[in-house]
Design a binder for this molecule. Sequence first.
Ligand code: HEM
Length: 476
Amino acid sequence: MCSKLKIADGDLFIIGHLLEVTCSLEQMFLLLRRWSRTEHMKPMFIGRIGPYLFLNTADPDIIEDIISASKHLEKSTLYRFLDLWLGKGLLTSTGTLWHTRRKILTSAFHFSILQNFISIFNEGGDKLVETIKQDSKDSVDVVPLVSDATLHGINSTSMGAKMESIEGGIKYKNNVGKITYYSAWRCVRPWLFNDIFYYYFTSNGRKERQLLRSSHAFIDDLIKRRAAGFQVFDVDNEISFGQGRKKLAMLDLLLNEKIKNNAIDNQGIRDEVNTFVFEGHDTTASNLSFMLMLLACHRDIQDQVYEELQHILGPELSREPTYADLQEMNLMERCIKESLRLYPSVPFIGRIASEDIVTKAGIIPKGLSINIHIYDVHRDPQYWPDPETFDPSRFLPENCRNRHPYSYIPFSAGPRNCIGQRFAILEIKSILCKIFKNFILEPIDTPESLVLVQELTLRSVNGIKVKFVPRINKNK
Ligand code: HEM
C-alpha cells in the first residue's frame, strides 16, 4: 500500500522539488493550488525538499482519517519555526502539556463568559467606524483597520486589558505581519532550518529576532499590568451564571492556575498569551477583510444582510446588538461561513502521523509530516459546485444535509479544533453590525484583483480595498 504514495510532478534527483518551491510566496501559493488540483496526484501526494518529505492532501476522507481521531495530535515540523515566538502555547504544544492547557483554557471560552464580551466587541466596532469616517479616501485598505479592531477585541476581553498604548498595538500588529512572512519564507528553505545559523548568521533571521523581542515586550507588558494587584478567585463562581464578575479574562484564569494550583509557570503564561493574542486577532481580521470585499462585490446580498439586521435591531439598526441578537443573524452567519469557505483564514494545517494511518489511497507511514490544504478542500467542485462563486445559500440547512463533514473545516476539526471559533463569530458579527449601520460597501478590489499568499494566515499581498459610502439614516 505504501508504494501507492505518489510523488508530485517535477521531483529531481537528491533535491526533490527544492527548485520549484524556493520561489516567492505568491508563486508558492499558485504552485500548491496547481499541485492540489492535478488529477493524477489526487488524493494525496508527496512533496520533497531534499531529504524532507511532506505528504499533502485536500481529500475530505483522508483528512477525516487524520484529524478526527485523538491520535495524530502532534503538529508538523513546520510549526517548529514558531518556537521562538509562541513557545509551547496551545497551537504548537503536544502531549500531556497540550491536554492540560486545553482543559484549563476551555473554560475561558464558555458561552457564559463570551456573552459578557459583546459590549466590548460593540465598542471595538464603534471605534473602527470612527476611524473609517476620518479616513475620507474613496478606496480604503481594510486590513490594517480591522486588525486594530480585532487586536483591541482580544486584548480587552481575554487579556482583560484596555489598549493602553495604541502605538504599541500598531507596532505589534505590524511585527506579526513580518514574523509570519519570515516563517513562511523559511519553511521551504532547508539551509535555513538550523536555528543558530538562521537567527544569528542571516539577515532575515536577525531581523526576525528583533521583531520577536519587540512583540514579546508588548505581550510581557500586557501580562505585567494584569498581574499587578491580581487576586485569586474561585473559577466555578466566575463561570456560573448570577455570581462572580463573569467577564473572566483568559489571562486571569492562567494567573489563577499559577498562584493557586501551580499548574503553569511564567513562561507558560507568556507562551499562551503570545499564542492567543496572535491567533485571536490575525485570523479574525483576515476573515473580516475578505468578507467586506465579498459583500462589497455582492450588493444584493449586502442589502439582504442589512434587511435582516433591521429586522433584529430595529429600523436603522438603532439598538446595540446583544448576544441573543447575534445568534439570530442567520444570513450574516451564512455569509461568514461562505467567506471562510472561499478565504479560510488558516489555509493549511500540519500534523505528524503518530502511527501508520490506513486511508483509502494507501498507508501514510508513521512519522511523516502531513500538510492539509483547507483552501483546496473548500474549492473542490466535487463538494462545492461552481466553487469560485460566493453563494451563502450553500449553508442553508437543507443544502448542508448530505455534505461530507470534512469538506468544510475552516476551524479544523476533531480534538485540536479552534478553541476560539465562537469568540471569532461573535466578534465578526458585532463589528459587521456597526459597519452596516453606518456604511454601504462598494467594490474596489474583487476576487480577481487579489494576489493571495499563505503565511500562517491567508493574506492579500496588496491589501484589500473597499469603498465605504456613508449610509444616510433618516433619523440623523
Ligand atoms: C475566523 C477566525 C478563526 C479561524 C478561521 C481559526 C482557525 C483555526 C484553525 C484552522 C485552527 C487549527 C490550527 C492547526 O491545527 O494548526 C485553529 C486553532 C486554534 N485557534 Fe483559531 N481560528 C480563528 C479564531 C481564533 C480566535 C478568535 C482564537 C482565540 C481567541 C483562536 C485560537 C486558536 C488556538 C489557541 C488554536 C490552537 C488550538 C489547539 O491546538 O488546541 N482562534 N484555529
